[in-house]
Structures are given as C-alpha cells and as structure tokens.
Design a protein around this ligand. Structure first.
Ligand code: ZN
Length: 290
C-alpha cells in the first residue's frame, strides 16, 4: 500500500472525509489479513474522492488474480452471501455486454463524427467483448494483462502500441486502480498520434442515499449469514466500506485526469445505466492524443 499526501489526479491538497473499513473479502484476498480501516479522502480542487493509502501493483495483482474464476467466487462468497455463482456469471454475461454496448455505441457515433475507425482496442477489458460491433466496420483487438482467452472475432495483442488502434476503449477499469494517471498515460502511449481514447467509469457518490442504503443492507446480510464477520463490520466505518471500487469519479474529475495526462478532450458526458432515465450512473471522456 502507498500512502499519498496529495490528489492522485491533480496534485492538489486532500482532506480526510471519513474512516472506512476495508471489506473482509478485499482484506483477506489482497493482504491475507482481517478487515481494517483506511481513510476516505477528497480533493476540493477536482472533486475526486478516493481511499488512502492506495493499492500498489502487487496489491492489485493479489486482489484480481483469477478474477471471477470459481476460486475467486468461492472466496468472495465466504464473506459475501449474495456473491453466488450465478451472480458472478451474470457480471460478464453476453447480455451485460449488450447493455453496455447499447449505451456506448450512440455516444461514440455522435462524437466520432466523420473519423474512420479501422481498429478498435479494448484496453484492460478481459475478453474484448465490449468492442465487438461497438463501432461499425472497426476490427476489434484486446489487451489484457491477465492473458485471458479473447471473445470470438477479437484479436489479442501483447503490445497495444503495435496494433496501431484508431480508438482505444477503457471501460470500468479506472475505478479499480491506485494511480489512474499511470494507467491513462499508458493508454495514451499506446495510441498513435491523432488516435482517440475513450474512458468510461462509474460515477458514484460515497455519501449518496442509495449507496448508504446498499451498505446497510449488506451489513445486515453479512451479520445474519456470516456472523463471524460481525465483530469487524459492526461499526460506522463500514458505511463507507472500501471494496474493489477504490475511486469515486465525477464527469469533471475524469476530464481533469485526461487533461493532466495531456490528452486533448473532445467531449465528456454522463449516462444512466439500465433503464433509470436521467441518472448519471456513468461518466465518459473522449480525447485525442496529440
Ligand atoms: Zn484533485
């Protein structure tokens, strides 16, 4: 873990907002230890909120080894009774990718304009399912360090620079990483000059009613069905529990992140996930590498 003293997006001062418990599953899988507390901090300049200390590369590799494999599911189920095999499978089901593509395709169509996309690269997107058919006529590639098998029709690449992608898509990844600027710089480095980068992240608010209600429900279920965890989780810090999303982005902080890596922002926006019209569940940013 790496303790930081300034914002990991814009380098401005940060302040502590809350103490937050590390989820039992995350503590066990990443550090082989019992749940403990970290700080939830915020940057008043760019609005980014995150847990501190940060997860380093080794922590992330421990946490995500065998991501969503049967062994991962069983370990998570041991403290999270709702994380059943079918729940785990649904997260990466064909239907879930179809929903995500249906959200992103119109946004890309609107903002790509006349730009021709010959090659599209899913950067860190598992099997590359998301980019298959996402942009008309674009050949799909996938770069994922896990070395997982790719989806039908997708070409895997070990060197994202070599495939010279016209558009790189990084979706639902940045909320998991300790140092988002490092990853966005890597993505921009993989793009050819004039290439496009599309970032897509959940737009979550740690103190929102829906989030707190969900945490309370989870605490109740864990206490009832996994009583051994109750001695760790029955405390206020569990309301702001750190799970695998260790970053809270807004549309603005995502733009600041892209600009801080010298990406030329073309457009940003938000969209609702699922059918809840009018909600800003996800934030996106489209930029060009100059
Ligand atoms: Zn900041």
């Amino acid at each position: 873990m790496i303790e930081v003293s300034t914002c990991v997006i814009c380098d401005s001062p940060i302040r502590r907002l809350k103490r937050a418990l590390v989820a039992p599953f995350v503590a066990e899988r990443t550090w082989k230890r019992k749940p403990f507390c970290v700080d939830l901090v915020g940057c008043d300049t760019c609005g980014f909120k995150f847990y501190n200390p940060r997860l380093d590369d080794k922590d992330l590799s421990n946490l995500y080894r065998g991501y969503r494999s049967p062994e991962y599911q069983r370990m998570r189920f041991a403290t999270e009774p709702w994380y059943t095999p079918s729940f785990n499978a649904d997260l990466a089901s064909p239907n879930s990718y179809e929903i995500r593509r249906a959200k992103l395709a119109p946004i890309l169509r609107q903002h790509l304009g006349e730009q021709k996309i010959g090659r599209i690269l899913d950067y860190g997107g598992d099997r590359g399912d998301l980019v298959v058919g996402l942009v008309d006529g674009a050949e799909p590639f996938s770069y994922d360090i896990s070395g997982i098998d790719v989806a039908p029709g997708v070409t895997p690449t070990k060197d994202p620079t070599a495939c010279k992608p016209d558009l790189i898509v990084n979706s639902n990844v940045l909320e998991h990483v300790g140092f988002p600027r490092v990853l966005v710089n890597e993505i921009l480095n993989a793009a050819p000059k004039g290439g496009l980068v599309f970032l897509d992240v959940p737009c979550e608010f740690p103190f929102g009613f829906a989030r707190l209600a969900r945490r309370i429900a989870q605490i109740a279920v864990m206490t009832l069905m996994r009583p051994a965890t109750s001695r760790y989780i029955l405390r206020p810090a569990t309301l702001y529990m750190m799970h695998q999303h260790i970053n809270y982005f807004t549309e603005h902080s995502l733009r600041v992140l892209m600009e801080s890596c010298n990406g030329e922002v073309i457009a940003t926006g938000t969209y609702p996930y699922g059918s809840r019209a009018g909600r800003a569940d996800m934030a996106w940013c489209l930029a060009r590498k100059n």
